[in-house]
Design a binder for this molecule. Sequence first.
Ligand SMILES: [Ca+2]
Length: 271
Amino acid sequence: MKIRHIYILPVSGIAAAFLIAAIMLPGVVSCAQNPGKRISAAEYKLKVLETLPHERNAYTQGLFFDKGQLYESTGQYGESSFRKVDLKTGKVLRMLTFDSRYFAEGSCVLDGRVYILTWQEHKCFVYSLDDFKYLGEMRNPTEGWGLTSNGKDLIMSDGTDKLYFLDPMTFSHRTTLEVKMNGRPLRFLNELEYIDGKIWANVYLEDYIVVIDPQTGAVTGKIDCRNLLPASLRNSTTDVLNGIAYNPADGSVYLTGKYWPKMYKVEIVKK
Ligand SMILES: [Ca+2]
């Protein structure tokens, strides 16, 4: 638990204790809210609804929709980019590239502004999504991995078991969520997507996606994504599953991976 601010007010000791407890409670967003309760993750598998092309040169780090349009950020030094992508053809419609000293990571949109993380460069770039115009940048004290938004906060992963809820104007931390799967901390949280009040997360180097309750940090679902990209489509550069995009217009979910030649429209079914 982390207390960011303690306000000293002229009240009696007992009243102050209640007041401080009331201030602290909303910030306690780990499973500590239910210390005796262990939530088991429900097991899901994928049903592929559609297979779509994906640029093999895209080391996918961020993937999201805005107004039905797909966007993607890609990493690696010298290859980092932000792209507007045609969903049906996989073709890049517009692209920003980053200086080779930056390794781009996750990205998301909030109120028409696109936020693009860097891995170890402690910067989050901000652009206008409409015209890709540079608006500024904010300092990120941790590493940057995945990024999404609940419509109010930016939600960021940094490769640990924590998700940070951030002010989109200042990047200051509002709350920190500790993520646990079956009662144990789940590290290496990577690309994120806020779907229907839950946070979906890739787990780096794993072939599964977890569904996280943003109130408690408990993993409520584990989605088995093994063999999503068949062996026949893999080559020496094919890397890990990474990339979740939700299109709220029709409730569809798309998945891909780093240097994958395909993207998949999927739905999840209980095992
Ligand atoms: Ca995403």
